[in-house]
Design a protein around this ligand. Structure first.
Ligand code: GLU
Length: 513
């Protein structure tokens, strides 16, 4: 088994947009495959037509592309083990269902929905906590174990609706070895006779999943914890189909929890918790309702992936910044925890900030330019790059830097609260003095402006607090932002002198009480 090439699959059902937990499952599969020099496969599990959602498969492919997780095989890239959509593999499964029936590991069941309800009611009345179709109850139902062979034959020939159920042994320990959880032992009395195949010719999840993992030579099944209860059925199927030797290793990933630790982060959380749960925007084809995505909110792929990787895994060091390639180098399933991982919005912001700061000013400028255009500002990349250089320390997202619109336009309004607080009778003369000084400076670098500014304060016995806030208001209109002397240097001498002049005229005419 150890000589087998590592092959893992991400196997979503196209029942809606991919949730960030699903992206993390895909990511861990990718990281594991790549760390082993193996293959990462996309398989679309679309056997349940009633839950099919238009556009979901395209969304999944696009979202994972945005994340940089490239598949080696899949419906959109092909491969030697296709087709990669279960609906296109339909004809394949019947043979295995028949084999199981022939070998006595599965049976036909003809029970009507009413008969199934009746059984559940009967068991509830008898105080059975979890009524199940199982090793005990199947002997009371309408199936090929209770009917004569002739009767079964007749019903099948008649085209009566049926399902094929797995015959779970009554008393047996089913043992599953999980890479993350160790041995998981489940008693067969807790497992019901799951439906494997339906008379419409469609397999259920359990049969299709196991058959495809086998046929696609999957070596490791890495999936969410919610699939752990299904695993005993899968283990039985490997055994009953004679594939025990080829059974993949299992790794069930911890849940993603809400920030307060109260429950699982679910698709239904949408934007309710103040952050997206989807990688990209999703518009529900039925209701038209929009849920926001990390991409459109301005997260960088690298930040999103780095943040997700740490929700359930850690490298065992204090290092936190990992590119996708670094993650591939460091990732092991052994370092994935069992306990649920809490989503932390501040951490997500922190990652984005870090990746933003690491970009060159020119790269940032290229990204900021369209946001500026939306705000009606046009400028050349070199100038925007200077702005980014000053704004990036404060920005979490590219769009935050639009706040620096005063680099491009003189303020139209002034922060009146600050004026009320800081504007004194001698303010205009202090500012005017500095303006005169500015107009005489030859070297307009921010370092030189800083020297001249300090010298001006010192020789006139003016404190920083007396002049700085008003100077900022005159230049930028607002009180926040990078050093105003840096701003002055970037917007240039003439523009700075103009703004001061205009402000000194305008502000005394404002009706500020
Ligand atoms: N189709 C299942 C899902 O939607 C796959 C579970 C598995 O990986 O076995 O997640």
């Amino acid at each position: 088994m150890s000589e087998r090439k590592t092959r893992v699959r991400f196997a979503p059902s196209p029942t809606g947009p991919l949730h960030m937990g699903g992206v993390r499952t895909a990511l861990y599969n990718y990281l594991y495959a790549k760390s082993q020099g193996g293959d990462f496969i996309l398989r679309i599990e679309d056997t349940d037509k009633t839950r099919y959602v238009e556009g979901a498969e395209e969304y999944i492919v696009e979202a994972l592309e945005w994340c940089g997780l490239k598949f080696d095989e899949g419906p959109h890239v092909g491969g030697d083990y296709g087709p990669y959509r279960q609906s296109e593999r339909k004809s394949l499964y019947r043979e295995y269902a028949n084999q199981l029936v022939g070998d006595g590991y599965a049976y036909y069941a003809f029970d009507t929905p009413e008969e199934l309800d009746e059984m559940r009611e009967r068991l509830k009345a008898a105080k059975v906590a979890v009524p199940q179709y199982n090793a005990v109850t199947r002997s009371t139902m309408t199936n090929s174990l209770t009917l004569s062979d002739d009767e079964v034959e007749k019903r099948l020939e008649n085209g009566d609706p049926y399902v094929i159920r797995i015959k779970v042994p009554r008393k047996e320990e089913i043992r599953v070895q999980d890479i993350i959880r160790g041995w998981v032992v489940v008693h067969s009395s807790k497992v019901d006779d799951k439906v494997l195949f339906k008379s419409d010719g469609m397999p259920t999840y359990h049969l299709a999943n196991v058959v495809d993992d086998y046929l696609m030579k999957i070596t490791h099944v890495i999936r969410g914890e919610e699939w752990l209860p299904s695993t005993p059925i899968h283990v039985l199927l490997y055994k009953y189909l004679g594939w025990e030797e080829a059974m993949p290793q299992f790794a069930h990933l911890p849940l993603l929890l809400r920030p307060d630790g109260n429950g699982k982060l679910s698709k239904r959380d949408g934007d309710r918790l103040g952050f997206p749960v989807f990688p990209m925007d999703w518009i529900d084809p039925g209701s038209g309702e929009k849920s926001s995505g990390y991409k459109e909110q301005g997260y960088f792929t690298e930040a999103f992936i780095n943040m997700l990787a740490f929700l359930g895994w850690n490298p065992g060091t204090t290092e936190e910044l990992f590119s996708l390639d670094n993650l591939v180098q460091s990732f092991t399933l052994e370092r994935v925890g069992k306990a649920g991982a809490k989503f932390d919005l501040e951490k997500a912001h922190w990652y984005n900030q870090r990746y933003l700061r690491d970009k060159s000013d020119t790269d940032l400028a290229v990204l900021l330019q369209p946001h500026l255009a939306e705000a009606g500002i046009s400028s050349d990349i070199d100038y925007i790059a200077k702005v980014c250089n000053l704004m990036k320390e404060r920005a979490t997202f590219i769009s935050d830097m639009v706040e620096g619109s005063y680099f491009f336009n003189a303020p139209k309004q002034y922060d009146e609260k600050m004026i009320r607080k800081k504007w004194k009778d001698n303010t205009p003369s202090m500012i005017q003095g500095f303006r005169d000084k500015l107009s005489s400076i030859g070297d307009f670098s921010s370092a030189n402006i800083d020297i001249e500014f300090k010298a001006y304060l010192e020789s006139n016995d003016i404190s920083m607090g007396e002049i700085m806030p008003i100077l900022r208001i005159l230049i930028a209109g607002v009180t926040s932002g990078p050093s105003i002397l840096d701003v002055i240097s970037v917007i240039g001498k003439q523009e700075s002198l103009n703004r001061i002049e205009v402000g000194l005229e305008k502000i005394p005419t404002l009706s500020i009480d």
